[in-house]
Write a protein that binds this ligand. Structure first.
Ligand SMILES: *Cc1c(COP(=O)(O)O)cnc(C)c1O
Length: 570
């Protein structure tokens, strides 16, 4: 009885990557972390959800940086047999006419009250499968288009089939976290046709599928939207003329565009911040696109010293993140003490790992995220002489970096090298460190341990951004370009500082050349002086970062919005 009750789940959440635990290496960046935080908050809120992703026995990769900053990828592995429960259920999908057998491994995410949301990790490494097929669930974002579309068959189609095989028959809503899972619509179309006693899918099935799908699009960056040539899609999916002939399946008649497929087959679509909703509406004219601004899981990203502080002053904060608003009444010296504990931990780590010799009394700026060019990690180094002068004359700074480039992103790797070059150029004036192998643990230590969290993406490319929210929850003010969540979270001089002008429309007409000068001005005239010469103001900013932004930019609020506006609102 217990079992059948457990399997009555209203929402199935599909994501190509999920970052739920440091030891479970099935994520590469923000998308995966968001998925993990979403599941945690769903468990806290007792939302009847089940989640599906791929196993990735070899994870993403371990980053090594050579002396000049060039990135080398080393293989990793992780102890999935120890951390996950193997299920006996099996499912099959067809890839290029071959039957590929799948199994699933389960990990239960327990919420505050003990309610569990299971995650199923799909695994094709079974002896029944060919060598190539067995490799399909080995590595995240590892192969070419052919490998990727095959993985997406496993995620979307295999995901639904394994859920059915496990006994989940009552799912009302399928949430496609990004377009990678869009082929689940094909599996649902097939189910609808079968139920009607037909062999092939017809237009009428589209309505029934659309009424059950919710789609979240995550980026305006073109590379983030999977598109496959129809020939490749036909080769992998087989002779599915019925599917390809449906209105809205092929984009411009010749591309299987996962974003358009998901847009066309979902009843509710959203971007991940208000601005990103607007930008997505311009990108995908003709579709209703709402916005639900991202968050982070508060209890997961608040550092131990602040957890203790909140437990003392705001006892219900984990159960009710809105109550973080009362951080305003926490005595400022206690905020500072908690912050210094976090900072000491970070300094210890940085000095141990890099030998940088950083000093806990110096204003520390942090920047860590995927090393993608649009994030402009090197904007701070646009004018080295000015940066040196600011540090030497206005107030000393030191800077800590982290972040992996995608293995095939040559420009992203060059970006890391430029940080290393700047580190060398600045060695007598400003200490710069680059921490290797950025991951969840480092993310938590860095966002809590610096004095200012820096973000300089090229608007409007940063759909939301979440690391700044982790900083805010730990009382760290943001210094950021007005893009993504920061447009909503920014109050000048209170929660942090803005860089450059706001973005309008798609952002094409914005003058990006003003960003670097603006960054220097904000450092020189606002951020550094408040840290060194107006400590009360800085402490107030710590309190407001938690009270205004920590209380709102969390996944507890976000999942509530999904429940109200997307999941159960038909
Ligand atoms: C939070 C986090 C991210 C996302 O950071 P953004 O600011 O959204 O780019 C990426 N990687 C790791 C390891 C994180 O913890």
């Amino acid at each position: 009885m217990e079992l059948s009750y457990q399997r009555r789940r209203a929402v199935a959440y599909f994501s190509m990557e999920i970052g739920i635990d440091e030891r479970i290496c099935t994520y590469s960046g923000g998308l995966g972390i968001l998925a993990g935080d979403t599941i945690r908050s769903a468990a806290d809120l007792r939302v009847p959800m089940v989640a599906v992703t791929l196993l990735y026995r070899k994870g993403y990769f371990r980053q090594r940086l050579e002396a000049d900053g060039w990135q080398r990828e080393e293989p990793t592995s992780w102890a999935f047999e120890k951390l996950l429960e193997e299920e006996s259920a099996r499912a099959q999908v067809q890839i290029e006419g071959r039957v590929v057998h799948l199994r699933a491994w389960r990990y239960d995410v327990r919420g505050e009250g003990g309610y569990a949301v299971p995650i199923y990790f799909l695994d094709a490494d079974l002896s029944e499968n060919s060598e190539w097929d067995r490799g399909l669930t080995q590595s995240l974002y590892g192969g070419d288009d052919h490998y990727r579309i095959s993985q997406e068959v496993i995620l979307g189609i295999g995901g639904i089939r394994i859920l059915r095989a496990l006994g989940y028959h009552e799912i009302a809503t399928f949430h496609l976290n990004e377009g990678h899972a869009a082929l689940l619509t094909l599996a649902l179309l097939d189910e609808a046709a079968k139920e009607a006693g037909r062999e092939s899918v017809i237009q009428q099935d589209v309505e029934s599928v659309r009424s059950r799908c919710v789609f979240t699009t995550h980026t305006p960056v073109p590379a983030g939207h999977d598109r496959f040539p129809v020939d490749l899609a036909r080769k992998v999916l087989g002779d599915r003329n019925d599917f390809f002939a449906l209105e809205g399946v092929l984009h411009e008649g010749h591309t299987l565009n996962m974003t358009y497929l998901a847009l066309h087959l979902s009843r509710y679509v959203n971007g991940v911040a208000k601005k990103h909703g607007e930008v997505s509406r311009l990108m995908f004219a003709g579709y209703d696109i709402e916005a639900i601004t991202n968050g982070v899981h508060a209890a997961a990203w608040v550092s131990a010293p602040f957890r203790e502080l909140f437990d003392r002053h705001i006892p219900l904060w984990r159960k009710d993140n809105f109550s973080l608003r009362y951080a305003l009444s926490v005595p400022r010296d206690q905020l500072w003490n908690a912050h210094m504990q976090c900072k000491k931990q970070l300094m210890g780590l940085v000095n141990h790992e890099t030998g940088a010799g950083m000093d806990e009394n110096i204003l520390t700026i942090g920047f860590a995220r995927r090393a993608a060019t649009y994030k402009r990690a090197d904007l701070l180094f646009s004018d080295m002489e000015r940066l040196k002068r600011i540090s030497n004359e206005v107030g000393k700074i030191q800077i800590i970096y982290g972040g992996k480039a995608h293995p095939r992103d040559h420009e992203g790797k060059e970006l890391i090298k430029r940080i290393f070059w700047a580190k060398h150029e600045l060695q007598h004036d400003i200490k710069v460190a680059y921490l290797e192998n950025y991951n969840m643990t480092l993310g938590a230590i860095m966002t809590a341990g610096v004095d200012i969290w820096l973000n300089t993406p090229e608007p409007p490319m940063e759909a939301s951004g979440t690391s700044g929210m982790k900083a805010a929850l730990n009382g760290v003010p943001n210094l950021s370009v007005l893009d993504g969540w920061w447009i909503e979270g920014h109050i000048e001089g209170l929660t942090g500082w803005s860089v450059g002008e706001p973005v309008h429309g798609k952002g094409k007409e914005r003058d990006h050349s003003r960003d670097a000068p603006s960054l220097y001005e904000k450092l020189e005239h606002a951020a550094i002086p408040s840290f060194y010469h107006d400590r009360d103001r800085y402490l107030n900013m710590m309190a407001y970062s938690i009270a205004i932004n920590g209380s709102f930019f969390n996944t507890q609020r976000m999942v509530q919005e999904y429940v109200l506006n997307a999941y159960f609102n038909r």
